[in-house]
Design a protein. Structure first.
Length: 155
């Protein structure tokens, strides 16, 4: 009699293991297939009230109209989406142009980028972090020329 109970417990354990494994495989497949057609990009933003930075991962379109680099720059200038994240530039800053020639990226920002408001980091730190983020995600870019309202900003 005890043998039948032990045997039925083993069968139950096997069935539960199969169900659990199926659920795990389903969620792994769901995660994998939900990101098809996107590129994983890492954004680094400073934290408010701290000297630390925090990474944010976003999945961007793999074939955007404006190009991968320009879409990344647009998203970077928009700012972070996590709590306590500080934007690199004042809110309202727009990317006026963004294009690449050989291994140099030319980025033109609107005049709002020169202002410091709405919790944005100081301009020099924001520009340095912009360049760091771009070079980290696009290794083919060796230099970045930054312009604000049409004026070249030297390092």
């Amino acid at each position: 009699m005890n043998y039948k109970i032990i045997l039925s417990n083993k069968n139950l354990l096997i069935k539960l293991s199969i169900i659990f494994a199926s659920i795990v495989v389903f969620f792994i497949a769901l995660n994998f297939f939900s990101h098809i057609g996107t590129n994983r990009r890492v954004f680094i933003y400073p934290l408010a009230g701290s000297s630390k930075t925090q990474k944010e991962v976003r999945y961007l379109a793999s074939k955007p109209v404006q190009g991968k680099v320009c879409l990344y720059v647009d998203e970077l200038v928009l700012g972070p989406s996590f709590y306590r994240g500080r934007p690199l530039f004042t809110l309202g800053t727009r990317v006026e142009y963004c294009f690449q020639r050989d291994k140099t990226l030319y980025v033109g920002l609107s005049k709002e980028a020169a202002l410091q408001g709405n919790g944005a980091v100081p301009f020099t730190k924001g520009a340095a972090m912009l360049k760091k983020n771009i070079k980290k995600n696009f290794t083919g870019i060796k230099s970045i020329e930054l312009f604000i309202d049409g004026n070249f900003i030297a390092d």
